[in-house]
Design a protein around this ligand. Sequence first.
Ligand code: PRT
Ligand code: ZN
Length: 282
Amino acid sequence: MKIGIQKSGRLSEGSLALLKDCDVKFSRGKGKLVTPAENFPAQVLFLRDDDIPQYVEDGVADLGIIGENVLLEHTCEVDLIKRLGFSRCRMSLAIPRAEAYDGVKFFDQKRIATSYPVILQRFLDENQITGEIHSISGSVEIAPGIGLADAVMDIVSTGSTLLSNGLKEVETVLKSEAVLISNRSLEGEKLQILDQLMFRIESVLKARGFKYVLLNAPNEHVDAIINLLPGMKSPTVLPLAEKGWSSIHSVLDESKFWQIIDQLKSLGAEGILIVPIEKMVL
Ligand code: PRT
Ligand code: ZN
């Protein structure tokens, strides 16, 4: 199974971390473009992200990890098989800060610079706008400042690039994150390997949003605390050596922790430990 990932850039760290968490181990020699995994029947190919969809369509790679934006721009014959939750960003239309904005009709007859003409054209068509697309390959954000365009459509993450170029974000065209794509004609052994890999990816991604919680609580408040920490099936409750106290172990949606911490404390919870979970099989 050949898995294409970005050689270096904003997808590399997340792609490497995902493979590592799935226990697909490999050593990456300097400048090497292909490396075999040591403990999984796969090879990792290090590529430019824009080349990955075509390579996957052609079968040079069987699987690939790319930004959803790149997949939509290239319209290749590949399958999106999983959204991976990292390298999140949005593609937005932005205009000079001083301009008044009164809705998408603003872009009618306007010159819009972008590196993503396919995605932009689709957005303009959907909104029945006839904008003039200027396709440029880099530094899109400087186009209005040098008089090359009236607006831009570009990838935005924090928004600081737009801000420092005197632009304001006015429309979100799409939201993107890293995705796993697959060649459409995998068969036989490769499908089995894909099943194994998907099982690992699912367990890793499920675990990422959750933490393991351990805490001590007075027995009279155990029921109330269990209501706050429902766990996967139900929490484990163990007696402490000290009479009248129990230890509660559970799994918690990480984003909820700060919402319930005050309630846990007011119910007498002590010694609260929050531990990362590596994998989760339900
Ligand atoms: O060399 P190669 O062709 O492989 O890489 P690349 O330079 O084309 O891509 P790279 O590494 O920059 O981005 C890869 C993917 O990461 C993109 O296709 C997106 O799916 C995703 N991603 C996530 C981003 C960003 N966040 C991002 N912030 N891609 C680009 N940016 C750029 C954006 O173009 C703009 O210049 O960052 C700037 C905006 O960032 P903020 O934080 O100032 O808003
Ligand atoms: Zn690229």
